[in-house]
Design a protein around this ligand. Structure first.
Ligand code: GLU
Length: 499
């Protein structure tokens, strides 16, 4: 059942204050899904009014991250749209007008207090209540205007009702009622003339005709203030949704900076910009993120972006905190690797081979390798470890690995000689032509097939584990197979000479 029959206008409204993490990616995803499901619009709005925390390059990383995930927006700072501009600093003049409207209607006031915290913005839970100590709260507007004309520094504060309560409603959490006595006269516009988030978000969501606000639950504590600001303007509120928060992988508490750094030491990251380099597919990250805090039913776990567009529903969002589980991501990555075209997989694994120093100049071979690896990879960066031997000019098997179980080096050498001869003498070389003769050979020598295949694996890949031996040999090619067997024979001969 779709979440809404009306086309939803939703927005993803990040602040460019640092790297884009998974939580933001998921917020963007849920918004995107609702927009696409209902035939509505997905809007990207950059909330950059906190200039002190502005990080150059953050906006670019953010857009790259969204595009990598496949979450294209319909309106945004780079592409424009009918409700622009979509960057809040470019809307600054517009906020002043609305702030003045709140002042004139008695819902806000100019405050000239020289509190040291005056510009820091404030939040519920402060120890003292500003409204109890502010001499400007009930100042006549004409007097305040005169002070402003004479150049007095000031901020604009919301004039919080002293009595009563407010109820705000979250679509997945229900009603939240807060006594106004616990709230305060929060700053709406700072002394530099820029609005704080609380004011800008309400004005922009209203002017951009946003129908649903799906945003991080870090905003729950200030949610009642937002309700008050809507009421003060006399505007209808959007449908509010605050999905679950993310917990660290062990489920014990929120991810801290230290947890993030620890994760990075393990080669993992929660930053969207790092997932591609770690070897994850965007479709897997989307699948994984969607299910941190949402489920379709108890059993379905594989979803493409199109599946999610069809099946997503706000009702199934779970407000309880959810732990980030990287082994699940590996699992999903594997599932999505299996689903993709092997030629595409080849192009995706190429940079991982190259990063490890392999020269990949044979596209056909790379595609054959991709086919073999397709059912064996969870993360793309495992490809060189599993299949780098295909690109090596020479490999160096451990001498011991060439000696069969319960065999001497002499017996292994004899076996190797027979195998070489057999492979060299086949009219052509494939699994069909080589498998049975090699097995017959084992019987003839009083050995098990495992002895022969084990030798071949070590001689040709220098690895204990490799893709199936016949597929491997076919890709390596008979000539190189024989070369590697010869080398193994030389190693065994050397062992014999040493003994
Ligand atoms: N700029 C806010 C943030 O990055 C956006 C919150 C919202 O979506 O309203 O947390």
């Amino acid at each position: 059942m779709p979440s809404s029959s009306q086309p939803a206008r939703v927005r993803f409204a990040p602040s460019p204050t640092g790297r884009t993490h998974l939580g933001s990616g998921r917020t963007a995803l849920y918004n995107y899904l609702l927009a696409r499901q209902t035939g509505g619009q997905f809007i990207l709005r950059i909330e950059d009014t906190d200039q002190k925390r502005y990080v150059p390059g953050a906006e670019e990383e953010l857009m790259n991250g969204l595009r990598w995930l496949g979450l294209e927006w319909d309106e945004g700072p780079d592409i424009g749209g009918p409700f622009g501009p979509y960057r809040q600093t470019e809307r600054r003049n517009l906020y002043a007008k609305y702030a003045r409207q709140l002042i004139e209607s008695g819902h806000a006031y100019y405050c000239f207090c020289d509190s040291p915290k005056i510009d820091e913005g404030d939040a519920p839970g402060e120890r003292h209540k500003h409204r109890d100590v502010c001499p400007d709260r009930d100042q006549l507007l004409a007097d305040a205007d005169a002070r402003i004309s004479s150049g007095d520094d000031h901020v604009i504060r919301f004039k919080m009702p002293i009595e009563g309560s407010i109820t705000v409603t979250d679509a997945i959490r229900g009603d939240i009622t807060v006594e106004n006595s616990t709230l305060d006269d929060y700053i709406l516009v700072k002394s530099n003339g820029l609005p704080v988030y609380h004011l800008a978000v309400v004005i922009d969501d209203h002017l951009m005709e946003i129908s649903h606000v799906i945003r991080t639950s870090e905003w729950l504590p200030t949610f009642p203030l937002h309700g008050h600001i809507y009421n003060a303007f006399g505007w209808d509120q959007p449908i509010w949704v605050h999905p679950s928060i993310f917990l660290k992988p062990d489920g014990k508490g929120k991810m801290s900076k230290r947890d993030t750094e620890a994760l990075q030491k393990e080669g993992k990251s929660i930053f969207l910009g790092d997932f591609e380099g770690m070897g994850y597919l965007p479709q897997a990250v989307v699948n994984w993120m969607a299910l941190i805090g949402w489920s379709y039913d108890d059993k379905t776990e594989f979803f493409t972006l199109d599946d999610l567009i069809e099946k997503f529903s706000l009702e199934k969002l779970n407000p309880s905190p959810a732990a980030i589980n990287f082994s699940k991501l590996d699992h999903f990555n594997g599932l999505h690797i299996r689903e993709m075209d092997s030629a595409d997989l080849a192009n995706l694994i190429r940079p991982f081979f190259e990063k490890d120093g392999y020269q990949v100049d044979d596209q056909e071979k790379l595609e054959q390798i991709a086919e073999v690896l397709q059912i064996r990879l969870a993360i793309l960066d495992e490809a060189p470890e599993k299949a780098g031997f295909f690109f090596k000019e020479a490999i160096h098997p451990e001498p011991e690995s060439l000696i069969g179980k319960k065999m001497t080096s002499g017996e292994s050498l004899a076996m190797a000689g027979c195998i070489r001869e057999l492979i060299a003498s086949l009219p052509d070389f494939s699994e069909e032509t080589a498998n049975q003769p090699l097995r017959d050979q084992a019987v003839e020598l009083g050995l098990k097939a495992g002895h022969i295949f084990g030798f071949l694996r070590n001689a040709i890949t220098a690895q204990k584990v490799s893709p199936p031996i016949f597929e491997t040999m076919t890709i390596v090619g008979r000539e190189k197979v024989l070369e590697r067997i010869d080398k193994a024979i030389a190693i065994l001969e050397n062992l014999g000479n040493e003994n």
